[in-house]
Design a protein around this ligand. Structure first.
Ligand SMILES: [Zn+2]
Length: 321
């Protein structure tokens, strides 16, 4: 009986500690990538190579398959930059061979180190934009690699050169690991919930695509309410998603909103603006909603892994840069 109690106790305790580990991992990726040591991960800098190496080591430790001959780097040139940049790509192959893939992206470049005449902080840490997105990418890769082999190939890409023209995603779409015409969907992560537990979410884009209903229904089964703010009406052709969408490949970014679990509207503290030296990790951050947001991405990916057909980009021209 004592053994039984112990055993039951273990079962009850284990999931909690696994979850705690996910959050600890997530924090440590974010803290490292957004640290001053990496000087804002600017395109063309030596610092962004350090970030790329870190992501590749994470992919290796998770057991992701490299994109080419033992390397996680997909190197490409950016016009007017002397150095090559690299997408960092790890894959999980499908249970049985298929050309179909679900592609996760999160850009790891930020604005780098920019001194101003006024002096002051010159490091554009890119914590919310997009160290946390890369942390989410790595932990989603771990979640899927801990599960059964997927029904389609899974591709996890930390993209380079996003802030200066979404170069990494453009290069991947033109040089994909699995045929571009067979990409089921790109699930992009750019920013992540560090505002505490939330009950609502929204997607971008919501126009020019025909699969918002599917996402709403999957999210609804987890208790999420779809609530699209008005400002999202403006299209943004600079996002990594747009390099997929303009080619007619479904793509979407999923953000959480401001509705608390009790239905009230949160009044979140004002955080340092993105694309400024103030985009740093702050004591105002509340990490308690991270795992729910990860679970939302996981559920949406699971849905499209099981339902690869019947979704489309109804107006690719909306996303052309
Ligand atoms: Zn971004």
């Amino acid at each position: 009986m004592k053994f039984l109690v112990l055993f039951v106790g273990l079962i009850l305790v284990l999931p909690g500690s696994v979850h705690a580990q996910v959050l600890e991992n997530f924090k440590s990726h974010t803290e490292y990538l957004a640290s001053d040591a990496l000087k804002g991960r600017g395109t063309g800098s030596s610092d962004i190579r350090v970030a790329a190496d870190y992501i590749a080591r994470q992919f290796e430790s998770i057991g992701l398959r490299p994109v080419s001959k033992g390397s996680y780097f997909q190197r490409f040139a950016i016009p007017e930059y002397a150095e090559m940049e690299s997408n960092v790509i790890g894959m999980i192959l499908s249970a049985s061979p298929t050309d179909r893939s679900v592609v996760f992206t999160a850009h790891y470049d930020a604005y780098g180190f920019i001194e101003s005449e006024a002096g002051g902080d010159a490091i554009y840490n890119g914590a919310r934009d997009n160290a946390i997105g890369v942390a989410a990418l790595i932990e989603l890769a771990r979640m899927f690699s801990n599960g059964d082999p997927p029904a389609q190939n899974l591709v996890f890409i930390a993209t380079a050169g996003e802030e200066i023209g979404s170069h990494g995603s453009r290069y991947y779409v033109e040089n994909p690991s699995f045929p571009a015409s067979e990409i089921t969907i790109n699930l992009n992560i750019d920013g992540f919930n560090i505002s505490g537990p939330r009950a609502d979410f929204f997607v971008m884009p919501r126009q020019g695509i025909d699969f918002v209903d599917e996402i709403e229904s999957v999210a609804g089964s987890l208790g999420w309410k779809y609530r699209s703010p008005d400002w999202i009406d403006g299209m943004n052709s600079s996002f990594d998603t747009s390099r997929f969408l303009e080619k007619g490949i479904p793509a979407v970014t999923i953000w959480t909103g401001n509705t608390l679990n009790n239905g009230e509207t949160a009044n979140p503290p004002k955080l340092g603006g993105i694309h400024t030296p103030e985009d740093e990790i702050s004591e105002l951050w509340d990490w308690d909603g991270v795992e729910d947001h990860l679970a939302l991405y996981e559920a949406i990916a699971d849905y499209f892994l099981a339902h690869p057909d019947g979704i489309s980009v109804t107006d690719p021209s909306l996303f052309v840069q």
